[in-house]
Design a protein around this ligand. Structure first.
Ligand SMILES: [Ca+2]
Ligand SMILES: [Ca+2]
Length: 447
């Protein structure tokens, strides 16, 4: 009960709007698939379980009402025609009730927010808006430019910095990533030499070479539509409801915005030997925060991308990972794809249990940056809305300059890296200008 109260206390902004609560069955009726008026047209709707009310259903409904202070029907009425203005948790609740299956763009899954853009970059170079920035004009270090000139054509254009799903680069990258995953049977986000050779042997079927169609068959056979879940992983509506209330499919809080002061934290390292306080890290270098957890399959397979950024920038940036609440514990939205890989843990109930899972995760992912473990009350995960996974860049002054979208869809190490480079550039140019904000004489400039 105390856990429930704790979660309710996190929702003060939502509860401020509390009015009379409709009876439980009003929500159930309004969201039942037999009532198309409020049901979604999602093709996955038919996968929802039959709506015969069980004790679990009633508990899920009870928790929804206690948490949000209103039924879904009332919330839908309140935000009719202006759902985009609703708090993220309300948007998520309404989409779940309409049968959303956690696909990109649904509920609270949105794009990243960043202080930086191409216009910002051009302004730093006194360059004309709307024109590309030539590599020769770039005022930062060459290895920074390499990360923002994504297509390596010697200039920075809008295409290099576009991470939306409309971007041809992102679309092609998504396809490559899907193929990559077919070659990565243990789903640790790394293809070892053995996995690579095993993939070849499966394709070649005893021959010593493959033809193009062998590769096509190997990559495409058995793939469904984009965003679909593997067998056994599709969530039912009640599983999602309970996951929402439990903070497992994401923190109900929204976290700081770009320009806000990053919330302070003081957490122990995975081995309990040290503790790290954010305030002590400020004033030196930009800071990258990575939130994640073991049972989130997409986090495990995307994490090596963060390690790659860490390897490239560890000499000029502080990297911290923070271990948060499990997204897919066996007592929550259990994933068969996890079970098949031997990833099967219940939601930790004590700090010690969480530390133990964090260490398992650290070992599997070969995590080499400092890993802090959030308290069991999820104070830091909630303060940053870090569940199930998220990335932040914080400037040396302690302001948020980049906030990824919610994981898994918004978790994009490459996008974070570009913001990080621009943060480094901003510090670099400020240093060149000197304390008075004026350019220092050329003889004093850094080479
Ligand atoms: Ca380019
Ligand atoms: Ca692998």
């Amino acid at each position: 009960m105390s856990r429930l109260l704790l979660r309710i206390s996190l929702l003060v902004p939502l509860l401020a709007a509390t009015e009379a609560v409709l009876p439980l069955d009003a929500w159930a009726q309004a969201t039942a698939p037999t009532k198309p008026a409020s049901a979604s047209t999602s093709p996955t709707e038919s996968q929802s379980e039959p709506r015969e009310e069980t004790e679990e259903d009633r508990q899920a409904l009870q928790a929804v009402q206690e948490t949000f202070g209103k039924s879904v029907v009332e919330l839908e009425q309140q935000y009719e025609g202006k759902l985009a203005e609703a708090p993220e948790a309300v948007r998520m609740l309404i989409d779940i009730s309409r049968g959303a299956q956690m696909l990109p763009g649904e509920g609270w899954f949105g794009p990243a927010k960043s202080k930086y853009s191409l216009d910002w970059l051009l302004a730093q170079h006194q360059a004309e808006k709307g024109k590309p920035l030539a590599a020769d004009d770039f005022r930062g270090l060459p290895h920074w430019l390499a990360r923002i000139d994504r297509n390596k054509d010697g200039m920075v254009t809008p295409e290099d910095l576009d991470w939306s799903d409309r971007s041809p680069w992102v679309q092609r990258a998504n396809m490559v990533t899907r193929f990559f995953r077919r070659m990565d049977p243990d789903a640790d986000g790394l293809v070892s030499e053995g996995e690579w050779n095993g993939f070849f042997r499966r394709m070649a079927q005893g021959q010593d070479a493959i033809a193009p169609d062998d590769l096509v068959d190997a990559l495409l056979a058995g793939t469904g539509g984009p965003g679909g879940f593997p067998p056994g992983d599709e969530p039912s509506r009640n599983v999602l409801m309970r996951g929402l209330i439990a903070g497992e499919i994401g923190s109900l809080k929204e976290g700081p915005n770009v320009g806000d002061t990053a919330p302070d934290f003081d957490l122990q390292t995975h081995d309990g030997r040290d503790s790290v306080r954010l305030a002590d890290l400020l004033g030196k270098q930009p800071i990258v925060l990575t939130f994640g957890n073991f049972t989130c399959g997409p986090f495990r397979s995307q994490y090596p991308g963060v390690e790659a950024v860490f390897r490239r920038f560890s000499h000029e940036v502080t990297f911290i990972s923070i271990y948060v609440r499990e997204a897919h514990p066996k007592d929550g939205w259990k994933m068969e794809s996890n079970t098949r890989l031997g990833v099967e843990v219940a939601q930790p109930k004590t700090y010690g249990e969480r530390v133990s899972v964090a260490n398992q995760c650290r070992e599997m992912l070969k995590c080499s940056m400092p890993l802090l473990v959030d308290e069991i009350d999820d104070r830091t995960g909630n303060a940053y809305s870090g569940m199930p996974a998220r990335l932040y860049v914080i400037d040396p002054q302690g302001k948020v300059v980049y906030k990824s979208g919610r994981g898994p869809f918004g978790f994009r190490p490459g996008e974070m890296e570009q913001a990080l480079v621009m943060c480094l550039l901003e510090q670099h140019l400020a240093q060149q200008r000197g304390p008075a904000g004026k350019p220092t004489p050329a003889s004093e400039k850094r080479p």
